[in-house]
Ligand binder design. Structure first.
Ligand code: FAD
Length: 374
């Protein structure tokens, strides 16, 4: 008879992916022995835009914590400025939330503990002393689990770096999420995400090879572009961090080790959003871990493919197409003219949307108009 492990599931990393893995496992099999490890104490900061998509709220509901952000201010307005200056500012079909990660992640960890997970502060450096049936690697962009299972490093063409800070919100009627794209370092953009409490999360990010090619000190350059694109912004608490983009992902399962969230390079290559994917993949990994403990990999890979496969193929294709900034100008112009195209753009950038007919049609019409004008 095989030896029984002490834990049904050990989760490395207690960010959104890790907490969702613990919650997903405990909802699928109440009473499962789940250990949640993180090198940090919570609450802890994490460099992020703090934008929480409506799809992430759906995931929270699936994890049984749908009221986790009930006290936060919904942000309904989105402003997009394309590299060529096309602009759209309108209300989204569903609101987003802007929640400092010190708040969001601590609440998620507490929910996992309330559901029965054991939380321990520990820096994981090897896997063979974890004493688990299944391990979920949810240790983020620069995590060790991915390296320890022999998965390849993130290639430079699918790696971005962004700096984030906090600044007072500009006076205005309604909180909004603003994204100002940068023609000079494209693909690159600055953001100002108003939390609705007088503070905004601000930042700027770009592809790492483009940044390195400039030869400037990375963080200083990112900060300078942030201020140039969002004039008057006086940001404090600046921190930079990598974003492994989903256009190049490792395999999700390596024997009985599953990767989730940033450790699986699940960041939208168009927008840099990763919290929704982290919650989603974490939940699926946790479920597979306790429902198919002998061989969780195929179940996890199947579930991921079924739920995100087409969307990830579409965003990868779009990321390639939008390397030409004119394509983005056409997309934003289309979104300004047609609510259906705007909704499609939001779905593909924040959730699990696909390239749709109204979006493609609107872009083609914009390009046609420009050609006629010329
Ligand atoms: C500047 C910036 C802005 C962003 N803006 C947005 C945004 O507005 N909206 C959005 O949806 N996404 C955004 N993202 C992406 C988002 O931050 C990530 O996708 C998300 O944090 C992924 O969650 P995770 O749980 O996979 O990893 P993380 O949140 O990074 O959590 C990983 C955890 O693992 C722990 N850990 C690491 N190594 C070890 C170890 N060896 N042992 C134990 N514990 C370990 C860490 O302490 C950490 O708590 C942004 C990213 C950046 C860098």
């Amino acid at each position: 008879m095989g030896r029984v492990s002490r834990w049904d599931l050990v989760v490395v990393g207690a960010g959104p992916a890790g907490s969702a893995a613990a919650l997903g496992a405990l909802r699928a099999r109440p009473g499962a022995r789940v250990l949640l490890l993180d090198r940090a104490d919570f609450p802890r900061d994490k460099s992020c835009g703090d934008g929480v998509a409506p799809h992430a709220l759906d995931e929270l509901a699936r994890l049984g914590v749908g009221d986790l952000l009930a006290d936060r201010v919904p942000v309904r307005r989105l402003r997009l400025v394309s590299p060529g200056g096309q602009e759209v500012a309108t209300r989204m079909r569903r609101p987003t939330w802007v929640v400092p990660r010190e708040v969001l992640d601590a609440r998620l960890v507490q929910a996992a503990v309330d559901a029965g997970a054991v939380l321990e502060r520990r820096t994981v450096r090897r896997l063979d002393d974890l004493d688990a049936e299944v391990v979920v690697g949810a240790d983020g962009a620069n995590g060790v689990v991915r390296r320890l299972v022999g998965a390849p490093r993130q290639p430079g063409h699918a790696l971005a770096l962004a700096v984030r800070g906090y600044a007072p919100s500009p006076p205005g009627d309604e909180p909004e999420q603003a994204i100002v794209m940068d023609a000079s370092g494209w693909p690159a953009y600055a953001w100002r995400f108003d939390a609705g409490d007088g503070t905004s999360n601000v930042g700027f990010g770009m592809l790492l090879p483009h940044l390195q090619a400039r030869g400037d000190a990375p963080k200083e350059y990112l900060h300078r572009r942030l201020v140039e694109l969002l004039p008057g912004t006086e940001a404090t608490r600046l921190v930079s961090h990598h974003l492994p983009l989903s256009s190049a992902r490792p395999a999700p399962a390596h024997g009985r080790v599953l990767l989730a969230g940033d450790a699986l390079s699940l960041i939208n290559p168009l927008t840099g959003e990763g919290i929704y994917y982290a919650l989603h993949s974490g939940r699926l990994a946790g479920q597979a871990a306790v429902l198919s403990p002998a061989d969780p990999g195929p179940a996890y890979a199947r579930a991921l493919r079924a739920e995100l496969g087409r969307h990830l193929r579409h965003t990868t294709a779009l990321a390639r197409l939008t390397r030409r900034s004119g394509v983005v100008d056409a997309g934003v112009a289309a979104a300004g003219r047609s609510p259906a195209a705007f909704d499609a753009l939001v779905e593909v950038g924040l959730g699990r949307g696909l390239i749709t007919a109204p979006l493609v049609g609107g872009m083609a019409r914009h390009v046609g108009r420009r050609l006629v004008r010329r």
